[in-house]
Design a protein around this ligand. Structure first.
Ligand SMILES: C[S@@+](CC[C@H](N)C(=O)[O-])C[C@H]1O[C@@H](n2cnc3c(N)ncnc32)[C@H](O)[C@@H]1O
Length: 438
């Protein structure tokens, strides 16, 4: 098997969206290939237990293959699944979730509800765009990283980005190209609120007066808020307008407005977020007698709508700035049955006041690393129900095993949430109910 090119039948899809083939007992991960296809591919990296490759020709296409509408697909690392039909993308995500649960947790949910889906394009309201100065490629490049490479894909549009931001990409490139320190600006962080759009320019050297003027003119003509970031996150300052309106998004069905700073965590997909908040409320089923704990609460995205229905809600979050904004959001929405607390949820020993009382229900929405430490602490908090929103099936499965096998919960429901269409990110919402004591 020495040829640089190879033929293979693709058996399955890997977690990062590559076709998986087996040749002479060796596993091949083939970029741009789909299950059931016969492909001709170029071999790439060789490792002891596997090899990689990239499709050169699809000899027998899958009926689920579709023409990727984006001209950068295959090069840009932003999307991995545009060549797979939308229905099959969701099924692939559900299969990945089930596979993780079966392998790691060795349990299945009693019920798998229909996936939560939304618009497939223009959904990204938060993104970090890379910037590189590469003279031999024509100057400044603005875009996402290339697939499995550290180069930047020069994007003139992006179909998953918010449409206004996508339309601004060529103008951002021209702006940066004209700046004296265009080789010292590594990234632009984009955040789209319902009221305004912000761009945070990270810069590694001081900007000249003409650079500052150019950014000011860009903010004015393009109707965006421009922020500068000379150092860490706490160095972010408004440049133009000097006192911009605070960004916000609305959870209309709950009559709630969530204000946020440009670099704050917000759920990327506004439509899915609204549906996810509704699902969390449906599964928590908060009532006036309930005391509810929202762990990893951020700006109060779930805490505040839940508080509209519950007796009392506690929101716990590690980032002091987010806690401050969550308190502001409670005030702004005239919600006074909430308490927000700053606490590190990855410690081994919790001795904070919020751990000294019992709760009826708990909502968890951790980062990719999951919630193992805080789940161990749930023993003391004694909730009847846990609703767990996860962005990583591997840690969800690990935490599910703990909840079900050691903590006496029944795994009632799991549901895939298509927060990031065309990517391989799998988001899910799950429900656990304490088993009746015998
Ligand atoms: C997936 S986000 C969810 C935020 C919020 N629930 C929302 O819907 O916007 C995860 C949150 O966990 C917080 N977080 C990360 N590390 C943490 C830690 N060690 N302790 C507490 N919170 C942490 C992040 O700041 C972030 O707000």
């Amino acid at each position: 098997m020495n040829s640089q090119f190879q033929r293979a039948e693709i058996e399955s899809l890997s977690h990062d969206g590559r076709g998986v083939a087996r040749i002479d007992g060796k596993v091949f991960f083939v970029d741009l290939a789909l299950p059931g296809e016969l492909v001709h591919f170029q071999r790439g990296r060789k490792r002891r237990s596997y090899e990689t490759g990239k499709v050169v020709e699809v000899l027998r296409p899958s009926p689920d293959r579709v023409e990727p509408p984006c001209e950068y697909f295959g090069v840009c690392g932003g999307c991995a699944l545009q060549h797979l039909s939308a229905t099959k993308q969701i099924l692939a995500k559900a299969a990945q979730l089930n596979d993780c649960l079966a392998r790691v947790a060795k349990v299945q949910a009693d019920d798998y509800a229909e996936p939560i889906t939304g618009p497939a394009w223009g959904y990204r309201r938060k993104a970090r765009l890379g910037v590189r100065f590469v003279p031999k490629k024509g100057g400044v490049l603005v875009g996402f990283r290339e697939r499995r490479k550290s180069y930047i894909t020069p994007l003139r549009r992006c179909m998953v980005l918010d449409a206004y931001i996508s339309g601004l990409l060529p103008a951002m490139q021209i702006l940066l190209q004209g700046m004296s320190c265009c080789d010292q600006i590594p990234q632009i962080e984009v955040a789209v609120g319902d009221n305004a759009t912000s761009l945070v320019f990270r810069h590694l050297v001081d900007l000249t007066a003409s650079d500052l003027d150019a950014l000011r003119a860009f903010a004015e003509t393009r109707g965006v808020q421009v922020f500068l970031q000379p150092g860490g996150l706490d160095s972010v300052r408004a440049h133009h307008p000097q006192a911009p309106a605070m960004l916000h998004y609305c959870l209309q069905q709950h009559n709630i407005t969530i204000a946020f700073e440009p670099t704050d965590f917000i759920q990327v997909n506004a439509d899915i977020n609204q549906k996810l908040v509704n699902a969390a409320i449906e599964y928590l089923d908060p009532g006036p007698e309930d005391s509810i704990l929202d762990l990893f609460c951020g700006l109060g995205n779930f805490t505040l709508p839940v508080a509209r229905r519950a007796g009392k809600v506690w929101g716990v979050e590690g980032d002091a700035g987010l806690v401050q904004r969550a308190k502001y959001n409670a005030e702004r929405n005239q919600i006074d049955n909430v308490e927000f607390v700053q606490s590190d949820l990855y410690v081994d020993d919790f001795d904070a006041a919020w751990t000294e009382r019992a709760y009826d229900k708990v909502l968890l929405d951790p980062p990719r690393t999951g919630a193992i430490n805080v789940i161990k602490a749930l023993r003391r908090l004694n909730p009847q129900r846990v609703v767990y929103i996860s962005c990583n099936p591997a840690t969800l499965a690990r935490d599910t095993e703990l909840l079900v096998r050691k903590m006496g919960f029944r795994f009632k429901l799991a549901r895939v949430v298509d927060m990031f269409p065309h990517t391989t990110h799998v988001e899910a919402i799950s429900v656990f109910e304490r088993k009746a004591q015998k």
